[in-house]
Design a binder for this molecule. Structure first.
Ligand code: LLP
Length: 418
């Protein structure tokens, strides 16, 4: 995994900028991303897929800042989207609509219309009702919708239950055993053009086996379809490759592809992938400042200015992420801390039981925060969403300004006096 943070003279750097400088210049809390790390993580996929017809559709939900999308669009990335909002972001960032795959459990007719209008690569359809709606909507706007069915291959991704999606018990996709029949019906629909098959079995996978099992299941279906006269142009294996948050041993993109690509040898279908986390997670950190240190006798708390509204993963999944001071300072004693936010919720923590040598006023950074960090942030407790900064060598770009009170109440209205 690309190492985003380096140490020089007791200071932590992202590319050529000290993290302390970012926190001081842009305020705390704030997200910082390394342009180089994002690019390298994407290029890793591109290089590993060199010998294979492919389309890498970066999963926008993991980090949808338009400067991140712009960086990837410039490298030729396609995009995996789940809403009309994400589609507009891709267009704004200069992404090519012809390289967009549209996932999502239930798209609305309005969303479908916009995607048809701009000409996306394909809709990953998750149910027969959605297929029927897409057929009707495409007819209304005089288009033919390119479709891939998202099938559920009933594979256990062996990841956190909240982010495991490929089992029968999950709400995602069409049961693979029913997919053949749904394809036959889709083939009869006038405004549907079948282009592929898709699956996404879960996120933060640390084992390649489930991907291989899923691909094998897909290939059986692809061959059955071919025999019935339905030839697919692409196979989309989804995203889901994990990253190292703590000490997980995660397969590299190269080893994943070394296991996957032989299955596609002598086949004509293009391989589509939808990686999110493996491109952005380890390219970003969340910077924060220690506000208060307090102890209740048994426990030490470092109360920071970031909170669960800024980074929800620890609260939602009990996720473990590294946290460190941005500078090692003298006169600090190491103690065991829970690093918590100021929100009135017991679940408002970022890290528990960590040995840290810190004092009030120190800046800390939470690692692996580039994916599902800002995109899952909210205004809970009327906290403005934080700034985002892109680091490029020695340069800093403010890619999202911190929200103001005006932003918080935008669109709200007092009622007329009765
Ligand atoms: N494609 C589809 C259809 C997806 O649902 C997802 C993620 C991806 C691609 C990208 O997966 P990735 O490569 O990033 O694993 N909030 C959770 C993760 C939720 C993932 C949802 N789907 C977290 O913070 O761990």
């Amino acid at each position: 995994m690309h190492s985003t943070i380096t140490t020089r003279d007791n200071q932590q750097f992202m590319e050529d900028v000290p993290l302390a400088t970012i926190a001081r210049d842009f305020g705390s809390p704030c997200y910082a991303y390394s342009k180089d790390a994002i690019s390298e993580n994407f290029l890793n996929y591109q290089r590993a897929l060199d010998s294979q017809d492919h389309l890498i559709c970066y999963s926008v939900k993991s980090n949808s800042n338009i400067a991140v999308l712009q960086t990837l669009a410039k490298l030729g990335a396609g995009f995996d989207i789940v809403s009309a909002g994400e589609l507009e972001r891709v267009l704004l960032a200069g992404g090519d609509p012809a390289k967009v795959v549209y996932s999502g459990v239930a798209k609305s007719a309005v969303e479908m219309r916009r995607a048809l209008q701009v000409g996306i690569h394909c809709f990953n359809v998750e149910s027969e009702s959605e297929l029927a709606l897409l057929n009707r909507t495409a007819a209304e706007v005089n288009r033919v919708a390119p479709v891939s069915l998202r099938v559920n291959p009933d594979v256990d991704a062996k990841t956190h239950p909240y982010i495991s999606t490929g089992l029968k018990e999950n709400k995602f996709g069409i049961d693979i055993n029913k997919a053949f029949d749904v394809y036959q019906r889709a083939a009869q629909m006038e405004n549907i053009s079948i282009v592929g098959v898709d699956c996404h079995i879960g996120s933060q996978l640390t084992d390649i086996r489930p991907f291989i099992d899923a691909m094998n299941h897909l290939l059986v279906l692809v061959d059955q379809l071919a025999e019935s006269g339905i030839r697919l142009q692409h196979i989309d294996i989804g995203g889901g490759l994990g990253v190292c948050y703590q000490d997980e041993v995660v397969p590299s993109v190269d080893s994943y592809m070394a296991a996957l690509l032989p299955l596609l040898k002598d086949r004509t279908e293009t391989l589509v992938m939808e990686p999110g986390r493996s491109i952005t997670a380890n390219a970003g950190v969340l910077l924060m400042q220690v506000q208060v240190i307090k102890s209740n006798g048994e426990k030490n708390f470092a109360i920071v200015d970031a909170a669960m509204n800024d980074m929800l993963r620890p609260a939602l999944y009990n996720a473990w992420m590294h946290i460190h001071p941005v500078e090692s300072k003298a006169n600090r004693t190491e103690k065991n801390y829970d690093v918590v936010g100021p929100i009135c919720e017991t679940g408002d923590f970022l890290a528990k039981d960590r040995l840290l040598a810190i004092a009030e006023g120190d800046y800390l950074y939470l690692l692996s925060a580039g994916a599902y960090g800002f995109t899952m942030s909210s205004n809970y407790n009327s906290r403005p969403r934080v700034a985002e900064v892109m680091v490029d060598g020695e340069q800093l770009h403010l890619i999202r300004t911190r929200e103001t009170f005006e932003d918080l109440v935008r669109g709200e209205q007092l009622m007329a006096e009765q």
